[in-house]
Ligand binder design. Structure first.
Ligand SMILES: NC(=O)c1ccc[n+]([C@@H]2O[C@H](COP(=O)([O-])OP(=O)(O)OC[C@H]3O[C@@H](n4cnc5c(N)ncnc54)[C@H](O)[C@@H]3O)[C@@H](O)[C@H]2O)c1
Length: 254
């Protein structure tokens, strides 16, 4: 199992206060990594820091609004100062404003794309500089199946996630020769604060389940193994790829 061991590695997980990011931060810590957990407010992060430390791991709390100029460099600098290095970046912070295309305002578009795509890119850039210099790095971008197929999640969200998937490929082309592997995970529906209201709508839930070969909604735990794998030496020759973690939804044609 040493191939999956993250002992001695330092990771940043954005949006780690709740939902998918929280599960991934805990999972990477359980695999041995020290983890810098990032969210907008300290209150959001106290629980995850405590959970990691209770399990014998090391966590460092960083508050940042990733859409602000200079936030990415600051998060990377704080991580290196507090934890002594940087090997893994998980770009998880993301949001959606579900609207029909005709109702999307410029402000809606900017908010979604600024976080899901632009902030993720500048996190990659800030981390990538360090990783390319040291000839080692793993970046995992949390995209969505909405970036692979057309979904009712809305045009800004789908476009931002499709952009994130293409960004993953282009950065892999530039950075893989420096030992920096960059991949994406494309989740289907998982129960988190982002999707809670939707999944509480029984009719909508049944529609989703009919399109899910595995016959169930994802549990955030289902994302932990793939994230550890892509962050580890086991994935040394995998780069630029997007792995759907979707109970088979994306292979389902009818
Ligand atoms: N839940 C799902 O079904 C699902 C499906 C596909 C993809 N995703 C993606 O997974 C990721 C996590 O989703 P989730 O469901 O856990 O969402 P969530 O809303 O529960 O959590 C998002 C996290 O991002 C943080 N965040 C938001 N804006 C930020 C900002 N400006 N700066 C810093 N942090 C910020 C929030 O504080 C929160 O911790 C997102 O990128 C989302 O698009 C989720």
């Amino acid at each position: 199992m040493t191939r999956f061991d993250l002992t001695g590695r330092t990771a940043i997980v954005t949006g780690a206060g709740r939902g998918i990011g929280k599960a991934l931060a805990l999972g990477l810590a359980e695999a041995g990594a020290q983890v810098a957990v990032v969210a907008r407010t300290e209150a959001d992060l106290l629980e995850i820091v405590q959970e990691i430390e209770e399990k014998g791991g090391k966590a460092h709390l960083i508050t940042a609004d990733l859409t602000e100029a200079g936030a990415a460099e600051s998060v990377v600098a704080q991580t290196i100062e507090a934890l002594g290095g940087l090997h893994i970046l998980v770009n998880n912070a993301g949001m959606n404003l579900r609207k029909k295309a005709n109702e999307v305002t410029e402000e809606d578009w900017d908010r979604v794309v600024d976080l899901n795509l632009k902030a993720s890119f500048f996190m990659c850039q800030a981390a990538g500089k360090i990783m390319c210099e040291q000839n080692y790095g793993r970046i995992v971008n949390i995209a969505s199946v909405a970036g692979l197929v057309a979904m009712r999640t809305g045009v800004a969200y789908g476009s931002s996630k499709a952009g994130l998937i293409q960004m993953t490929r282009v950065l892999a082309l530039e950075w893989s020769k420096f030992g920096v592997n960059i991949n994406a995970i494309a989740p289907w529906y998982f129960r988190t604060p982002l999707t809670e209201a939707l999944l509480n709508d029984e009719a909508y839930l049944q529609e989703i389940l009919q399109r899910t070969p595995s016959g169930r909604i994802g549990d955030v735990e289902d994302l932990v193994g793939p994230a550890i794998f892509l962050s580890s030496d086991a994935a040394a020759y995998i780069t630029g790829q997007t792995i759907p973690v979707d109970g088979g939804m994306s292979i389902f044609g009818f």
